[in-house]
Design a protein around this ligand. Sequence first.
Ligand SMILES: Cc1cc2nc3c(=O)[nH]c(=O)nc-3n(C[C@H](O)[C@H](O)[C@H](O)COP(=O)(O)O)c2cc1C
Length: 188
Amino acid sequence: MENIIEQINVNMPHKKKILFLLGSTKSSSANKQIVLLLMQQLADSFEVEIYDSLDKITHFNPDLDNELVPDSVTHFRQAIEQADGVIICTPEYVFSLPGVLKNAIEWLVSTTIYTDKPTALITASSSGEKAHESLNLVMKTIGAKIGNHSSILIKSVKSKINANGNIVDIDTQKLIELLIIDFIKQIG
Ligand SMILES: Cc1cc2nc3c(=O)[nH]c(=O)nc-3n(C[C@H](O)[C@H](O)[C@H](O)COP(=O)(O)O)c2cc1C
């Protein structure tokens, strides 16, 4: 895939921060390969980071969603607050969002820190339709700013990525390019 950023004129006075949330904890994750590819493309123009401890966030409990909020949650909320934009990349598990991602999002519901946050959504899975629908609904509910081209479903993901982690499907490459261009516009 050609470098997307070279095709658009990104001219920002200081590097804005893009945070990636990865719904898979698998070491050989296809979603992780997509995230690494995007990070590579964006790294010259943006500060890029994967939130790598989604699986360490305490299970959501409304009784703790107050002054008792756990440190793992405070850390996650700060990372979201500090990001100029968030890209979520996730598989579907049992027709839904993976628990680690859903749990993290549940901790955001009582706050306004997600309001108008530029966001791109990638569901990359065998099928993924239900999770993608759910992800869109959930993120819009907490106030995410999602452009018209910033939400994509990549079906049969394993057939679209080669052993080197490159996307080999032309349609998927184009969808990802459009997503990145649209997402960068939302960041402004
Ligand atoms: C517990 C479990 C449940 C799954 N359920 C679904 C599902 O409902 N729909 C789907 O499209 N794929 C499902 N899959 C397959 C994943 O989409 C596939 O393994 C995908 O590559 C996982 O993404 P990753 O490689 O980034 O971890 C499931 C996989 C696991 C391990």
